[in-house]
Design a protein around this ligand. Sequence first.
Ligand SMILES: Cc1ncc(COP(=O)(O)O)c(C=O)c1O
Length: 490
Amino acid sequence: MSDSSAYAEFLKASPEFEATARVDALRATEYGRLDAQRHVYLDYTGGSLHADSQVRAHAELLTQHVFGNPHSASLTSSEMTELVEQTRRAVLDWFGARPGEYTAVFTANATGALKHVGESYPFAPGGRYLLTFDNHNSVNGIREFAGAAGASVEYAPITFPELRIDRERLEALLGRADRAANNLFAFPAQSNFSGVQHPLALIEQARERGWDVLLDAAAYVPTNRLDLSEVQPDFVAVSFYKMFGYPTGVGCLLIRNAALPKLHRPWFAGGTVNFATVQGRRHILTPGEAGFEDGTLNYLAIPAVGIGLRHLSSIGIDVIHTRVRCLTGWLLQRLADLRHANGRHMVRIYGPLTSDARGGVITMNFYDPDGHLLDYRRVEELATRQRISLRTGCFCNPGAGETAEGLTEADIAAAVAEDANMTLPRFLKFITHRGGKSAGAVRVSLGIASNFADVLTFYEFAQSLRDQTRLTMGEVTFDIESCRVIRDGS
Ligand SMILES: Cc1ncc(COP(=O)(O)O)c(C=O)c1O
């Protein structure tokens, strides 16, 4: 099938894509470096791409002003302070926060935002930290703060093969909260492993049962609208480079003001105190966001966040959402249908096979005609030769990966007993020898500048693995047919 007939067929199945055509024009003007250098960028969940105009606008701002370190009365300082505060208001507006309801704390990234919650939340004996299996390690890591403070730590499982939260089990776990204690429930709005979008209605359900809610929105907000006038998580973590590529090094923690008094910072630093004495050994933390912004902010980069938000707004987050949903749906179906000459499926996709309640992340593994797993590291090497940027490994989300691969607690315990310095490559070697399981996968993710040519190129690359037998991992045999029904009648 030619590229143009593939596109015509795609448009027939997704007519709403046509209304997003202006992004195709932007791809040529704002993201022209992609096609000029023949890049096929499929790692938007790793990091989004910036438009040329964002960088130009930022460079103009920096070259036309003299900016000093904020929070002083000088001209150069106060101008910078004003820009930082403008950006803070732009962030709150972007997320639909009603005046006075949320505080925006600038951090280095989403991880910095999550760590603030971990170290400042009043975990204590009798309290709980509940999190879903599907979580980034920066959310998993909060369990160390919770456990050290004597709170119990529990995981809510996800279902196989859909990789969605097991609602019944979650309901039971949520019901265990002692309302007199402090209980924190954390989940991602969108999985960075499977693209699954977990229901935002869980926020209110958990709150009603006595939980504060931490929403990891890092993978969700680049292609979805998060409206804090509709849902009110207590804490929200984001990284701006995932939304619009530039700047890196700035993220944000949004704190519901009603939950703000619960957070107690374990230390103080330059910039966070109204008063500190050496002889009196006392300090008084600055209320609000400043109490969380340790040391000097990344102040020259912060105005680039405002520029990025204006760029997103000029395209429209709903336009980006529609585009990514259409492209993802097409690619999912095509990959799921791929078969070797002997009729066996070539690709195993982890998570849902349609674009319902899922975002533009597709994680998969490839198999040879006999059901042997192809080594995803070799698959990445081949993709790289075709200038396709994708990501392989476990994407810092071990819980979703363990569920997807059917890895058990016993498998993990045996691996750690064998090698106390376990790494993913060593674990992969161990687990492939132990009962033919695997760990790790190939991930492609779509975003602001993705177009049909990108998904078509990846599909053609996947097709090139048909009847391929030389990339297998040898030991791993997987009966892809019996593991899951990919499509009715298959
Ligand atoms: C869902 C999710 N949460 C958190 C993070 C951590 O983001 P950062 O590395 O910017 O701190 C990521 C990064 O990929 C992510 O996808």
